[in-house]
Design a protein around this ligand. Sequence first.
Ligand SMILES: [Zn+2]
Length: 235
Amino acid sequence: MCNRCPEVGATRRKLVLATAMGALIAAPSLKMAQAQPASAADTPDAALNLLLEGNTRYVANQPRERDFSAGRVARSQGQAPFAAILGCADSRVAPELAFDQGPGDLFVVRVAGNFVTPDGLGSLEYGAAVLGTKLIMVLGHSNCGAVNATVGALQKGNTLPGHIADLVRAMKPAVEPALKQPGDDLPQRAVIANVRANVQLLQEAKPILAEMVSARKVRVVGAVYDLATGKVTLV
Ligand SMILES: [Zn+2]
C-alpha cells in the first residue's frame, strides 16, 4: 500500500481492497476474464521489448495501420493486456500512442505525477493478478508540471490550492532526494527520482505485487518520455 498517502481510513481501505480482490479472484465473472485472447507477450522481457519496439515506431512516425473495428467483438469477450503503465495525466503523454499499441494491449493507470495511490495500486494488482499483465512500467516525462510543482513547494514551502496540495504532498518524499544532489538539471533529476521511488514502491507492494515480482511473474520498470522527441528511455 502506498505509504505516502493520508493515513485516514487507510486500514479500512486495506480491508476493503483485500476483500474486493478476494471476491474478484473467487467470482464466477473471473472465468470470463480468464477466457482471454492469447497474450502478445509470454514473459516480462518480451513485454518490455514490445513496448520499446512500439516506441521506436512512434518516434519514427511509422505507426502500424490499425482497423479499430476489427477484433472489437472478440475483445468484448475478455482482455489480456500484456503490460500496465502508470503514467502521468499529461495530455501529451498518451501511452497507447507513445508505444504504438491498440485496444486491449495496455492496462493504463494515469494520475498527474505518475505516483502510486491506493486506488492505482489496486488497479495494477488487478491487471497483474487477474488479467495477467507481465510488465508494469512507471512512465514519467520531461517537464512534468506535477513534479515541477512539487519541487517548487519543497523549495519555497508554499501551499497549492485545493486538492492539488494533496497531490504535491504525496509526491514530496519521492522528489525531495533530487534537491540534495548537485547539478543544474533539477527538473529532470526530480522526474527520474519520482519514477524510481514509485518503481520501488510497486516492487515492494504486499501482498500481491511483491510476491509476483519475486516469483518473476511480473517485472516493474521505470522510464521517462521525452516530450520533444517522443523517445522513452529506461531509468
Ligand atoms: Zn506530468
